[in-house]
Structure formats: structure tokens, C-alpha cells
Design a protein around this ligand. Structure first.
Ligand code: NAG
Ligand code: NAG
Ligand code: NAG
Ligand code: NAG
Length: 440
């Protein structure tokens, strides 16, 4: 359960039946952070008891295990609670409608489980900053969202939303963070109003049902800096758009096999993640993506990697190509200089040799080559004496590995070793007391 960061009282409503005894109107049980109240009966003395508890105690949170209300656990009840608390978390909400009355003073409302909730209706509200609804039956973004003039964070997760009409987000000038995870969104509809402006900076749409996406729908979201489309069903993506603030783009877990880099105008792009897709080759044409630091193409079907493809990425810090089918890594001339590259991740490929010829990587400090087919220690130390090389699960010959006793000692090379019940499958040699596994 969420704890508030400041000492603003939170009222939590749970539908569990609690039989603890409420002693003298105080907590039935408590801990440092929370006062548990077994029963509040709003149709009799409930509000007076809450007032008394709030007046005589100061816990960061209050949990009401069973709440009895006349009509609804939202609506009028929220108005009264708004006098005592800044925020409320419903652990279980069992009604079809949630009503946030006009002028309500709560700043955040969280509903974590609302299995019958179909409608969220808000009156004019200049206080609410954060709204989270999870596990509901909401199938559209509530149209009264526009009434929440101060809303900054909207989360509707694990609900059956099917469409994302961006018009519904364009009416909240303060709305910076939007998360709509694990819905059924298959379509994003661009704003229809030509003057629409989207304030949103972070948009997470992971685990939805999008198959084809034109990033052009986000044209009016000029402040968008984080876009998460992981685990959709994307087969195609059109990238002809200018997103001047976009720094992180996550497209992992889709079915993409192509991505038009030159069309995407994102001068501040810092992280691009395309892991678990269907790429058979590494993208080239990175020319105007000079701010990129992190690029990942893990778990695709890539067969070769030429360092020259990422030559323009002078700020690249990490490139990850694990779990592909890479058989060769090379660097087409002229020499590929990547002045800030620190990590090269190539575990789980089909490499039987690896070298760093044709590269100039002054900052390289970590190369992982686990789960490949290497039979000799790759010749990287002459050029990069300080690099750490991970070679676990490769059939490295003893004669090659034994030449690197100093690197093994200095933990610059990591390989399989005999340990507890693990016995080297083939041969081994001793280094101090350790059996280093190798192949004859
Ligand atoms: C709540 O209060 C009403 C009015 O006093 C009473 O009829 C009802 O039985 C109470 N409910 C519970 C569960 O105590
Ligand atoms: C990946 O692409 C190939 C064709 O290149 C296709 O046959 C296969 O079904 C695709 N896989 C997925 C998961 O989309
Ligand atoms: C890499 O460079 C070394 C030394 O310059 C050379 O001996 C070796 O043949 C080169 N390897 C390849 C695959 O070009
Ligand atoms: C390797 O590390 C040592 C000690 O930290 C340092 O003096 C040296 O310059 C480094 N060499 C390279 C090529 O980075």
C-alpha cells in the first residue's frame, strides 16, 4: 500500500471485515505509520469519531477496515473527508459510479480495486493533482477529466480502455504524467481541435493492443520527453514527426522489423530501446541522433554487428545486443571512434571470435560475451588493458585462458569456475585455490 511522503493524513478504505475493537474512539491497532480503525459508521457517529481521532492523533495514514455509508462511498462522503484529509486511497470500491463533487478539496484520490466501476464523474475541481484508478470497468477516459484543472498525474491501469482520443488529455493544462497500463487501447486518435496543445511530458502506454502507430499523433505534444510503448502488438510504426523534447523512447516487446530513423526528428533522444522485436539487422543512419547514450536491441534476430553503423553516436555510453544471432562483429573502415562508449553487451549470441580491430574506444570498461562460442580469449587487452571481459559459458581452451592468469587474478576476466556443487564439465586449472573451467 502506498504511503504518503508528507505527514498529510490519508484515509484508506478497505472492504475487509475487521473485528478488532475500537478502544475509546482511537486506533484499534497501530504501527508507526498507520492507525487501523475497524469500523466507521457514517450513518451514526462515524464522522465525529474520525474528527476526534484526527484531532488527538497524528499518524501519516489511517486505515478504515470497514466503512458504512448511507448512499455512496464517494460523493457526499468525499466532501466530508476532504475536511479532514488531503488524500484518500480506496483499496476496494464496490460501486458502479464514482462521484467527485464540485469543489472537493482532496489533492489525490487512488482507487486500487474497483471491479464494478464504470463511470467516474467529476465536478469543477481546482484541487485534485493526482488520480489513479486500477482494476475497473472504465472503458473510456472520463469526459469530466477536463473539470480537474490542477490534475498533474492521471493513471488508469488494468481497465478496458479501448481508445485514447488525445483530445481528452488536451484540456488539462497541468497534466504532465499519464499512465494507461494494461488496458486494451488499440487506437490513439490525434487531437481534432487544431488549437489543441498537450502538456503531457511522460506518457506510458505499455501492455496495450496497438498494432499500427503513426507517431505523428503526438505532433502537438511538444513537451513529450518520455514515451513508453512496450509490450503492445506493434507491427509497423511511422516515425515522421518532430518531437523536440523526446529523450526516451521504449518500444520493447513488439513485433517491429523496421524503424525509419531519419524521419524521426528527436534532437534530444537519449535512450532508444527496441529489444524483443523482430529486427534482423542493426539500424544504420543515426546521423542526427547525436545525443543518444543508450541503445538496446536485445532479443531480436540480428546476425551481424558493424561498429560503423553507430559511428555518428559520439555520446553513446552503452550498446546492448544480447540474445540475438550475431556471428560476426567488426568495424568497417575508417576507424570507428566512440569516445564515451563504456559498455558493449553481446551475451547470448553465436560468436566464435571477437576482436576490437578498427575501433577507438577510450572509455570502454565492460564487454560481455557470455553464452557465445568463443574458443580463445578475445584479443582486446592489448588495446584496452583496463576492460573487464565476461566470458561465462563459452568453450574456451585451457591453453588460451592460462595465458591470462593476471587478468583472471585482477577480475578483468570472468569465466566459469568450480563452486560448491558445480564441477567443471570438461577440464580445469588452478588459480590460487580456485578451479577455473576450460576446454581441452
Ligand atoms: C450504523 O448505524 C446505523 C444507525 O445508527 C445502524 O442502524 C446500523 O446498524 C449501523 N451499522 C453497523 C454495521 O454498525
Ligand atoms: C518476424 O518476421 C518474420 C519475417 O521476417 C515473420 O515470418 C515472423 O512471423 C515474424 N515474427 C513475429 C513474432 O512477428
Ligand atoms: C586484428 O588486428 C591484429 C593486429 O593488428 C591482426 O593481427 C589481426 O589479424 C586483425 N584481425 C582481423 C580479423 O582483422
Ligand atoms: C588503465 O588504468 C590505469 C590505472 O587506473 C591507468 O593509469 C591507465 O591510464 C589506464 N589505461 C588506459 C588505456 O585506460
Amino acid at each position: 500500500m502506498l504511503r504518503p511522503v508528507s505527514y498529510v493524513p490519508v484515509v484508506t478504505v478497505v472492504a475487509l471485515m475487521g473485528f478488532a475493537v475500537l478502544v475509546h474512539g482511537q486506533c484499534s491497532t497501530d504501527d508507526e505509520l498507520e492507525c487501523y480503525i475497524a469500523l466507521i459508521n457514517m450513518t451514526s457517529d462515524g464522522f465525529v469519531r474520525l474528527q476526534r481521532i484526527f484531532a488527538t492523533t497524528s499518524y501519516p495514514g489511517y486505515t478504515v477496515q470497514r466503512l458504512i455509508v448511507a448512499n455512496s462511498a464517494s460523493g457526499a462522503f468525499l466532501q466530508r473527508i476532504g475536511q479532514l484529509s488531503k488524500s484518500i486511497i480506496y483499496i476496494q470500491y464496490n460501486e458502479q459510479v464514482f462521484l467527485l463533487p464540485e469543489g472537493n478539496e482532496l489533492t489525490y484520490v487512488i482507487i486500487t480495486n474497483a471491479p464494478t466501476l464504470r463511470f467516474f464523474i467529476a465536478g469543477r475541481n481546482d484541487q485534485l493533482e493526482s488520480l489513479r484508478i486500477e482494476n475497473s470497468l472504465l472503458n473510456v477516459i472520463p469526459s469530466t477529466l477536463a473539470q480537474l484543472t490542477q490534475l498533474q498525474l492521471l493513471q488508469i491501469n488494468r481497465s478496458p480502455l479501448a481508445l485514447l482520443p488525445l483530445d481528452t488529455l488536451a484540456k488539462n493544462p497541468s497534466l504532465l504524467y499519464v499512465e494507461l497500463l494494461e488496458n486494451r487501447i488499440a487506437k490513439i486518435i490525434p487531437p481534432t481541435d487544431p488549437g489543441a496543445v498537450l502538456s503531457v511530458q511522460q506518457l506510458s502506454l505499455s501492455s496495450n493492443w496497438i498494432v499500427h502507430l503513426d507517431l505523428g499523433v503526438f505532433e502537438r505534444a511538444k513537451n513529450l520527453n518520455f514515451l513508453d510503448l512496450r509490450n503492445n502488438r506493434l507491427l509497423t510504426i511511422t516515425t515522421k514527426v518532430s518531437l523536440p523534447k523526446l529523450s526516451s523512447l521504449f518500444l520493447d516487446g513488439n513485433r517491429l522489423s523496421s524503424f525509419d530513423l531519419p524521419s524521426l526528428q528527436t534532437p534530444l533522444l537519449h535512450t532508444l530501446s527496441l529489444s524483443a522485436n523482430n529486427f534482423t539487422e542493426m539500424l544504420s543512419q543515426w546521423e542526427d541522433k547525436s545525443e543518444l547514450r543508450y541503445v538496446s536491441f536485445d532479443t531480436n534476430r540480428i546476425r551481424t554487428f558493424d561498429f560503423a553503423t553507430v559511428r555518428p553516436l559520439k555520446k553513446l555510453a552503452s550498446i546492448s545486443l544480447t540474445e540475438n544471432m550475431i556471428q560476426t562483429v567488426f568495424a568497417s573502415p575508417p576507424v570507428v571512434e566512440l569516445p564515451l562508449l563504456q559498455g558493449i553487451y553481446l551475451s547470448g549470441n553465436a560468436l566464435d571470435k571477437f576482436n576490437v580491430n578498427g575501433t577507438e574506444l577510450p572509455k570502454v570498461s565492460w564487454i560481455t560475451l557470455d553464452k557465445n562460442r568463443l574458443t580463445i580469449v578475445p584479443p582486446v587487452f592489448r588495446k584496452y588493458p583496463n576492460v573487464s571481459l565476461s566470458l561465462i559459458n563459452n568453450p574456451i581452451r585451457c591453453a588460451s585462458l592460462e595465458q591470462y592468469r593476471d587478468k583472471l587474478n585482477a577480475y578483468r576476466i570472468t569465466v566459469d569456475v568450480a563452486w560448491h556443487d558445480y564441477i567443471c564439465p570438461s577440464l580445469s586449472f588452478k588459480l590460487l585455490d580456485i578451479d577455473i573451467c576450460c576446454v581441452g
